[in-house]
Design a protein around this ligand. Sequence first.
Ligand SMILES: [Zn+2]
Length: 491
Amino acid sequence: MANKKKDAPLAGITVSKNEDFSAWYTELINKAELADIRYNIKGFVCYRSWATITIKRMYQKYEAILEKNGHLPLIMPSLIPESNFLLEAEHVKGFAPEVFWVTEAGSSGKLTERLALRPTSETALYKMYSLWIRSYKDLPFKRYQSCQVWRYEGKMTRPFFRGREFHWIEAHDVFATKEEAMEQVKQDMEMTYKMLQDEFCIPIIFFERPQWDKFSGAEKTFAADALMGSGKVLQLPSTHFLGQNFSKPFNVKFIDKDGKEKYGWITCYGPAISRIYGAMIAFLGDDKGLILPFDLAPIQIVIVPIIYKGKEDIVMSKAREIFDLLKDKYHVKIDDSDESVGNKFYYWELKGVPLRIEVGPRDIEKEQVVIVKRHDSQKYIVKENELEKKIDELASNYTKEVREKSLIDFESQIEIVYEKDTAIEAIKNGKIVCCGFCSIDKDGEPCAEVVEKEIGAFVRGKRVDEEKHEFGTCLICGKEAKCTVYLAKSY
Ligand SMILES: [Zn+2]
């Protein structure tokens, strides 16, 4: 291990996450071979295999829970005619600046109607829903698709976090009543907690967004903010109560039990899997590289043979024996490359492989192996005949341990604030501010602009779970406080 420096190219990340997050993230993306930004369209990124395997598993988990909750899959065309788009005025206003348009086709030249590359699929789906939904017996009508969407992002792009093409799931549900639609919004939030917090180990909290920050065309938007631990939050999945804003222009109607024709109540839910992946690796990773929940690691167990001259055969055959023992249950690999043992350790730590098994001649003599856990570097010496049991135990606890370590107590991040100056100070100190606010309806927007300009934070909205704090007046204008809101910086 004396020549560690010489082996530097494989030796992992050189920047500390705490000192320079941005440079750390870029190195992680490059060195762990997650994405390549050299593709020659700005904001369009190649996802490499190590990331793609994990992303596909995240999709599988999400699709399974959606289907369990009554959603059926479908696949929609990626182009939307402009005429569909123009049907909902608020929606078109919100999305127009970000749409990629297809205006020409092959040798026939200009198209008679512009076609949008879908930035989201309301205007594609609801046009079809109006043909598919006839009667109350068709309701609830719950569908989802896993697909790419395209938005011409003006902000700086970063692989997975923000790009001009991203990968997501969108679920669009129609109900006979407003109450059922609001129940769905609740179920969407529960699914989000189950997936993001339990499976992907990202701590979140849901806010009802202010009216000026809702989804274009929605009546209400509920969004999960990931707690990144620095007072900064990151918006992750959001679920929207669209009311009848879309069912009216798109004619999504049904004949109800009483024989009357009525408009459906619609909700939509959009977990952006690529962004969740970005948040997960950014949040869980450390200075050695990736840390992944056990189920999501492309390789879960790596076996590293420690080869000494003359002992090659005995070490390799033991490594293969262990491989055979575990291969049906786990994603296992033997690293029999020519790299030094040290480099192999660095490399698989960088890749976030949860468990490493070291097989050396001395351990073979003692009928034991060494197991090292990635997320906390804990080392275990295990007798060969207890290996399988120990691996099962470590594997089944791994994600829970990562989750517990990453859990951020929302309450401990909050500072209760009554004065603007105190709020500025608190935000500077990396806190999330809890304060009174005049309104999260349109009339509160001027105060939100002051929050942005003078406090340097955003109004994230009203928390969805129980609110314990009450205020008499708005932090900004001093008028009566109609609600309690949270202010934070965001990524
Ligand atoms: Zn105010």
